[in-house]
Design a protein around this ligand. Structure first.
Ligand code: M6R
Length: 606
């Protein structure tokens, strides 16, 4: 949540900063702001395009700090937009995170005569640095003194008007990357805005403070002792995400599903041997042979992918699997040991709840693995081993192609773990062959998107939806509902079809449609009965069914057809019509599909 970017060097800081902010927009778009010591501060509600419009021609300088906000404390208006200053407007700060003890610090500072202008927790930090500066008369010492008083999470960049070429950055729980160019330095929440300028970076660790000028930098701990860390060369390129003619990133990303599967599988299947070759797991392959239990931690869409993974791994690899929400896992006392593998799944690789769950797992002795899309992200770096999704940048806030890739990667994990245990070569081959057939099957679903658009438009005036599914498609009922509610703001509930009669069916009437995932698998007959139960209560039903099914189409009001595949892979196909339905539904309502209200792409607060 929140993106920060800072620059010091010879270039025009305003241009560098505005361009950089654009590649961080996935982190928040409630408000934006920029401070350049030689020019002043400009802030606005909204995103970078709004900020650009407000910048006058003479707003120029060679260093500065900039921010995109996802509001935690205080409304997303101009007043609360970052950068924030103290009383004298000498100290300016941009912040990603939450200062937990801001109330007590604010009281102390108010008693010392400080006056606050905003409702944010961040402003406290600006005043606190200013308070220490008035005593210490030293920028570096003042920032260190202030940071030693705060509790919570932060990635910050701070500037002092009197030392315009200097930046001070610090990290505690919120990611921060230092970019090292030719006589220039950058600070950013992730490497993407730095990559067009340099590939030489230092990933700051928690509790580290970087003192930066254009020509040099030093890294300190909070107790002022110096840390020696050689820069790393980043190998990947800055992929500038484009809509390629699509109206929205969400649609473009759904339409990329075929390529995404090919890229996730590339070089990882030895189909004739029924094996999966996962280079990222090679270093721990021996340890994985002795694993007796798997715990998967994730949030949101990645959590629903994990639930499908639980069915896959238990059925085919015979390993006990539990799936946990990252946000819950660390607050209980999970019992783990060295024979537990903890897998974190995350598109962004920065989701704080998932990251903290992984750290908790590590502390408790588990071997940690990642399934991560964003190369070089914190989860990718902190896990013991893992695989990248190779799904390419996902810009739409609603996760679509990453979900497809996560399910594909989990199928690869299933073959990998299964073949290490009792899975036969034939079974491995059957899954591998079915995986390789998926892109063609996806093509045939995507070609029928006009029909799904018609259906979404037909149902666009309903305010409530129930999604039902069983077994492998039980998690897909939740994912279908999440997609619809996050982009359309309508009430949508996922529910195990068997669980419906234990409560949710009470909601059903002619104004409450159900979307049933009812493809021809081992629970098809049971799904048919559940559909009949809804019909008996006059609930409209749309069903996702297999091509050639002649039974369910007779029972329901509308159908979305998908090709048949192996039952364990059916979620990969069945979710696509639901993604398209959510997209066209929101579009019909004229909503900002790529940037739904109140959300951010990467959730780096708890
Ligand atoms: O980056 P991550 O995969 O860790 O993100 C997890 C969730 O925040 C994310 O899936 C969220 O639920 C999406 N908006 C769902 O579309």
């Amino acid at each position: 949540m929140c993106g920060i970017f800072a620059y010091t060097g010879k270039k025009s800081a305003e241009e560098v900063l505005l361009d950089g902010l654009e590649s961080l927009e996935y982190r928040g778009y409630d408000s934006a702001g920029i401070y350049i010591p030689e020019a002043g501060v400009i802030k606005t509600p909204g995103a970078v395009s709004e900020l650009r419009e407000k910048i006058p021609a003479n707003f120029k300088g060679h260093s500065g700090i900039a921010h995109l906000r996802w509001a935690t404390h205080g409304e997303p208006n101009e007043k609360n937009a970052h950068p924030h200053s103290g009383c004298t407007d000498d100290i300016w700060i941009v912040h990603n995170g939450i200062i937990e003890n801001f109330k007590e610090l604010k009281e102390k500072l108010e008693k010392a005569g400080h006056t606050f202008k905003t409702d944010t927790d961040t402003e406290v930090l600006a005043h606190l640095i200013e308070y220490h500066l008035q005593k210490e008369r030293d920028f570096e010492k003042s920032v260190l003194a202030a940071l030693n008083e705060v509790r919570g999470t932060y990635g910050i960049a701070v500037q002092y008007k009197e030392k315009p070429e200097m930046l001070i950055a610090a990290r505690m729980g919120s990611p921060l990357v230092l970019g090292i160019g030719e006589d220039e330095r950058f600070i950013a929440s992730d490497a993407s805005p730095i990559l067009p300028h340099t590939k030489k970076v230092v990933f700051l660790e928690d509790g580290e403070v970087a003192i930066i000028t254009p020509m040099e930098h030093k890294i300190l701990k909070l107790d002022a002792t110096q840390v020696k860390r050689a820069p790393e060369e980043i190998e990947w390129n800055a992929e500038k995400a484009q809509k390629n003619g699509y109206e929205h990133f969400m649609l473009k990303e759904i339409m990329e599903a075929q390529e995404v599967i090919k890229n996730t599988l590339r070089g990882r299947l030895i189909a004739d041997k029924g094996m999966a070759k996962l280079g990222g797991l090679e270093s721990v392959a021996k340890k994985l042979e002795d694993i007796e239990r798997i715990i998967i931690v994730a949030c949101g869409t990645a959590y629903y992918a994990a639930l499908v993974g639980e069915y896959m791994l238990e059925e085919y690899a015979g390993i006990p699997v539990e799936v946990e929400l990252g946000s819950e896992f660390r607050y209980r006392s999970p019992v783990l040991n060295q024979r537990t593998a903890l897998i974190g799944i995350s598109q962004s690789g920065e989701t704080l709840d998932t990251l903290e769950a992984i750290r908790e797992g590590k502390r408790r002795g588990a071997l940690t693995l990642g399934i991560v899309n964003t190369v070089g992200s914190t989860i990718a770096r902190e896990t013991d081993a893992g695989v990248y999704n190779h799904a390419g940048p996902e810009i739409g806030v609603a996760s679509t192609k990453a979900f497809i890739s996560q399910l594909t990667a989990l199928a690869l994990f299933t073959i990998f773990f299964g073949r290490q245990r009792h899975m036969s070569k034939e079974t491995g081959r059957e899954i591998a062959d079915a995986l390789l057939e998926l892109p063609e099957k996806i093509r045939s679903i995507l070609e029928r998107n006009e029909r799904i658009k018609e259906l979404a438009e037909k149902y666009a005036n309903y305010r409530d939806f129930l999604f039902i599914g069983r077994k492998y498609n039980y998690p897909i009922s939740f994912e279908g509902a999440l997609k619809l509610k996050e982009v359309s703001y309508v009430h949508a509930e996922g529910c195990g079809a068997g669980e419906m009669k234990h409560g949710p069916i009470a909601m059903i009437d002619e104004n409450f449609p159900t979307i049933a995932i009812a493809t021809q698998d081992s629970v098809y007959e049971k799904m048919k009965s559940n559909i009949e139960e809804i019909k008996a209560r006059k609930g409209p039903i749309i069903a996702v069914v297999n091509d050639g099914d002649t039974e369910i189409p007779k029972l329901v009001d509308d159908v979305m057809f998908v090709p048949k595949t192996l039952e364990m892979l059916s979620p990969i196909l069945n979710v696509i019509p639901l993604q398209l339905f959510a997209y066209y539904f929101a579009r019909k309502k004229g909503l900002n599909v790529d940037r739904p209200r109140n959300l951010a792409k990467s959730v780096t607060v708890e």
